[in-house]
Write a protein that binds this ligand. Structure first.
Ligand code: TYC
Length: 94
């Protein structure tokens, strides 16, 4: 039992990027708020990520394990729909 456990191989978990997509309607302030609230970014970092998405079409908000990434996507989409914004958020394996 002990010997088996000592030789057991533990792989690091697969990681997933949470990605925000640009659109023409979601207010910049809302995206900055989302990055601060759900991705623990300070105002400066949140603003930089938002502007990168605005100019380049998409941006990575953070990298997490599968369950955490999926929860973040749901939280973002729920907040956006509740506020009437079309903001899109997805996750991608790294
Ligand atoms: N393009 C939006 C605007 O001009 C701002 C925006 C930024 C929207 C990032 C979505 O993921 C986004 N109001």
């Amino acid at each position: 039992m002990l010997a088996e456990r000592k030789t057991a191989k533990v792989e690091p978990p697969r990681m997933f990027q949470v990605v925000l997509l640009n659109d023409d309607f979601t207010p910049m302030e809302f995206v900055v708020m989302v990055l601060q609230e759900f991705f623990q970014r300070d105002l400066e970092s949140a603003t930089q990520i938002m502007l990168k998405i605005h100019h380049e079409g998409r941006g990575v908000c953070g990298v997490y394990t599968k369950d955490v990434a999926a929860t973040k996507v749901e939280l973002v989409l729920t907040a956006a729909r509740r506020s009437g914004h079309p903001l899109q958020c997805t996750m991608e394996a790294t």
